[in-house]
Design a protein around this ligand. Sequence first.
Ligand code: BGC
Length: 704
Amino acid sequence: MTDQELIQFLSKMTIEEKVGELTALGGQFFMDEYIKTGPTVNLGIDPWVIEYAGVGCNLSKEMVIKVNKMRLEKGRSPILNCVDVIHGYKTSFPIPLALASSFNMSLIKKSVKCFTEEAYVNGVQVSFSPMLDLSVDPRWGRVMESFGEDTYLGRKYAECYVKSMQGNLKPPYIGSTVKHFLGYSLPLGGRDYEMSMISNRALFDIYLPPYNEGIKSGALMVMSGFNALDYVPISANKELLTNLLRKKIKFDGVVISDYNAIHELVNHRVAKDDKEAALLAFNAGIDVDLMSSCYPNNLISLYNEKKITMEEIDKKVFRVLEVKNKLGLFENPNQFLNYGEINTQNTLNTAYKMSVESITLLKNENDILPLKKNDKILFVGPFINEESFYSSWSLFVDKNMSTIWDILGKSKYSEYSLFETNNIFEKPLSLNETSELLDKAKNATKVVFLVGEKSYESGEAKSKTDISLNCNITSMIKKVHDVNEKIVSVVYGGRPLVLTDIVQESKAIVYALNPGTMGSKAVIRLLYGYENFSAKLSMSIPYSVGQIPVTYKALPTGRPKDKRIEENNYYSHYLDAPNEPLFKFGDGLSYSKFKYSNLVVDKDVFNDKDILNVSVDVKNVSKVKGKEVILLYFRDEVATITRAEKELIRFDKISLEPNETKTVSFKIKAKDLSFTNIEMKKLTEEGDFTFIVSNLSKTVIFKK
Ligand code: BGC
C-alpha cells in the first residue's frame, strides 16, 4: 500500500480495531475459535479483544492462516506474528553469547539468514531479537542471549544480526526487534527483573551504542524493558522512550512493551491500577501492549475521558500498520505459503561451522589436545548423552540432536570408553561408582570430562548466586586427577561459570556455550583436531562470584597494585582473590601459534579530519592452518574523566596457512575515540592515544 492508502485504511478503522492493533496476544488466545478460554480469563480481557488483536505472539503457521481468514473477511489488517527467534527456529545455532565469541560477522550473518528462513516458512513475520543488552554479570541468566561485555562487539553484532534478519524485507526475511530498551542487564544482585543502577554516562557510552546500531540498521521494532532503571520503570519512562528513542535517536518504528510489563507498573508501585498503568505507558511512548490487559481494557475509556487523544492513538496505530505494510502483509498476508523448500543441508552445514567457530580453547598445557588416534580416551560426565544443547528460547527446535555418544559411535576417532554420571547434579558418586571410574581412568591415556550447567539453567529468570561448577563434579575431577593427570575439561553452559576449582586439575579447558544442533559433532572434531579452535571469549569468566561485575575494561584507580608502596596494604585488591577474571574477554587459543609484529600507525599526530591507518603483521608460526581474531584496543592516556585501561575499537578474523603472514589494517577516525566527558558532551579530547594489539602498542597524538 502507498502511505496515502494506509492513511485511508486508518481513517476507516473503528476505535476497537485501533485498540486491537495496539494489543499483542499469545498464540494460546487464538485457539478454540475465539471462545472465552482459560488464558482470556486469567488475563482479564473480554473475548472481543481476541477478535480485534492485531499482533500475535508465537502463533503457528496454521493459526496465522486461520486468524487472517477471519480478520480479512472483516476488512481488518493482517495479523503480525512475532516469535522469539533468538538463535534458531528448527535448527538450533549456538546461543548468542557463543555466536559473538566467534568474532566472525559474516558467519553470524549466514547463520541468522538460515534461521530467519526457517522461521519465515513457518509463518513468523517479526522476531523478538536480537537482545542488545550488554552483559557483565553472569549471575543474570540472560547473558546467554547477549553478545557479551563489549560495546564495540555489540555494535557489530547488532548491525550484522538486524541486517541479515531483515534483508530487503522481501521473502524470506522477517522484521527484527531490538530489546530490551534500555539498561535491563545489570539488575541489582544479578537477579532478573530487579532495578538496574547505571549512570547516564555509562548508559550513553556503554549500553546505548548497540541499540543505536541496530536501529540505524533498520530494526522495525524496539521492545522496552520490564525493569526499572535508576528508580524509574522503563514502561513509564518518557525520558528514555520518547525523548531519547523518538526525538534523539529518531526511531520511527513500533515500540512494544515486554510481556505483561505495562500491568507490572502496578507492582512497581508507580501506578495505582491498570488504568493508570495504561496511561503512563501510553504517554511514555509504548505503542503495543504485549500480554497485559491494560491497553485493551482501558484505552477506550481513557479516550472517552479525554485523557488521551485520537491523534495520539492514530500515531501509534499507524506505526503498526506501517510495519505490516513494509513486510508486504497487506498484499499477501500468508506469503510464506508460496515459499519453496529450504536447503536443510546448507542450514546444518552453517550451524556446524558456527558451532566450531564459537567454542573456545582456554587452556592447553603441553599440547594435550588434540587427542590422538592412538589415545585411549575415557569420556566422563553428565553430558555424554545430552541432547539439549539449545536454550529455553528454542520453542520450535527439533529436539533430537546428536549426542557426543552418537558422534563417537559414527566414526572411529580413537579407542574410547564412556562413564556416564547422570545424577551427579543431585548426588556425589557412590563408593562403587568412584572405584569403577578410577579403574577406568587409570587405564586411559587421557580423560575427557564433559561437565558444566544444563541448558535449562540459563535464560530468563535463571539467576544464580553460585555460578561455580557443581561440587560433586569438582570432587569427581579431583579424585580422577589423583590417578591420571591427563585431564581435558569440556565445559558446557549458558553463562561464564567459575572454573577456579578445576583449572589446576585440567591440562586443557574447552568452553562450549550451548553449541546447538551440531554442537556434539563440533566438540568431537575440535577435540581430535579435525577442526581448529578460533573463538575468543565474548564475556570474561570470573575467578570468583565476589568479583562480579568484572570485565577486561578495568578502570584506573587511585591506588593501583602496580604503584603499591612495599608493605603498604592500602591498595585496590581482595584478600582472597586476584583483581582480574580467571579468563578475560578476548582470551582463546588455537592449535596454531600466531606471532604479531610491526604495529604501525601512519600518523604521529592526527586531527578531526584525518583517517588513521593502524596496521599489524600476523604470522602463523605453526604447522597448523588456523584462524586468528585480531583485537585492536585503544587507551586515552589522560582525559577529563577516568577512562578504561583499554577499550576494543576494531577487530578482524583472518585465516592463515602455516608460515603465512598477513597485514591487517584498520581505519580509525577521531570520533571513534570519543566519550561523554566531564561536561556530559560526547567528544574526543586532545592528547595522547595508545593503540594496543596483542603485546604491541603505539602512542600517537590527537590535536584538533
Ligand atoms: C522476554 C522477552 C520476550 C517476551 C516474549 C519476555 O518474557 O523478556 O525477551 O521477547 O517474553 O516471549
